[in-house]
Design a protein around this ligand. Structure first.
Ligand code: SAM
Length: 280
């Protein structure tokens, strides 16, 4: 995320204050004035194209402009109040894919990796409006113990420590109740290895944001064969070299996932990738 202090004048709260601690306007975290101003700045810059494209897209359901604006406003309110690990651009790509399939019988959206529940709340609103359901998979205790050492595409190293991103189940439930559509949302608590084999599907749109190679593998093995024609799986982990190598490996798809290697948009170039079944 770019630094606000590089782009806005000095009177804006939340500028880096070295050891002096938070400003008198509060910290930079959820609920802070800084967070709200940052959202507005991003709407006018980084997010602008994605928002405009969502406002003008054609979908197989009646979705008037005021409703679209209302959804964007809810997304921003959620981002302002809850710690998020996605951008509005990323979530709008998933939103677009869901609305394109609106009205499909048993429309099923899956999210793997919920953290504090901000993305779950947003996706639940859209699943509900599109006539579908949302299944959220997470340990609700953060990243599992692991010894994976990752390198990003830019060459920098990263380790996802056990327990990182943890959002406890009761607190994620509260976030979905406050900002989302809890009536269409089912939360599956546990390690993916335990919870996903029992999930029957189908899958129409899935969003994976799971950080680890082992977790990505498990999600794809259990979810991808259940993707219906026209469906798509997004991953937000395309900036990790190990994930790119896994997704580029034809043997992984044929021998472990047991499908033909899919079509992957953005592989090796972007963080957010769209994976579509071959020949769909
Ligand atoms: C980066 S966070 C998700 C961020 C969230 N989508 C957002 O945008 O705010 C990654 C999540 O994946 C979950 N996770 C990773 N591997 C897992 C596994 N094997 N089983 C269950 N949960 C896992 C962690 O608990 C964590 O909540």
């Amino acid at each position: 995320m770019g630094s606000l202090s590089n782009t806005l004048p000095s009177w804006i709260p939340g500028r880096t204050r070295g050891r002096r601690g938070p400003s008198r306007f509060g910290t930079r975290g959820p609920g802070s004035l800084y967070r709200k101003l940052k959202s507005l700045e991003l709407l006018a810059t980084r997010d602008r194209r994605a928002v405009l494209s969502f406002l003008t897209a054609r979908y197989p359901l009646e979705l008037p402009l005021h409703e679209r604006l209302g959804l964007v406003r809810r997304f921003v309110e959620t981002t302002d109040a809850v710690r998020c690990y996605h951008t509005q651009v990323e979530i709008l790509a998933v939103v677009d894919a869901i609305f394109r399939l609106a009205g499909r019988p048993e429309l099923t959206v899956v999210e793997a990796g919920a953290a504090k529940g901000a993305s779950s709340a947003k996706l639940s609103l859209v699943a509900a409006r599109a006539g579908g359901r949302l299944h959220v998979f997470d340990s609700f205790r953060g990243i599992p113990p692991n010894d994976e050492q990752h390198t990003r595409l830019d060459g920098s190293a990263v380790h996802f420590r056990a327990g990182a991103f943890a959002g406890r189940l009761p607190s994620v439930k509260r976030v979905v109740e406050r900002f989302g559509a809890p009536q269409v949302c089912e939360l599956h608590k546990g390690w993916f290895e335990e919870t996903m084999p029992g999930f029957a599907g189908p899958v129409d749109v899935a969003l994976l944001d799971v950080d680890l190679l082992a977790s990505t593998r498990t999600c794809l093995v259990h979810l991808f064969p259940k993707v219906r024609p026209g469906g798509v799986v997004f991953t937000q982990d395309g900036h990790l070299r190990a994930i790119v190598e896994l997704l580029a490996d034809e043997r992984f798809w044929r021998d472990e996932v047991r499908v033909e290697p899919p079509v992957i948009e953005g592989l090796g170039e972007r963080k957010m990738l769209a994976i579509r079944p071959a020949g769909a």
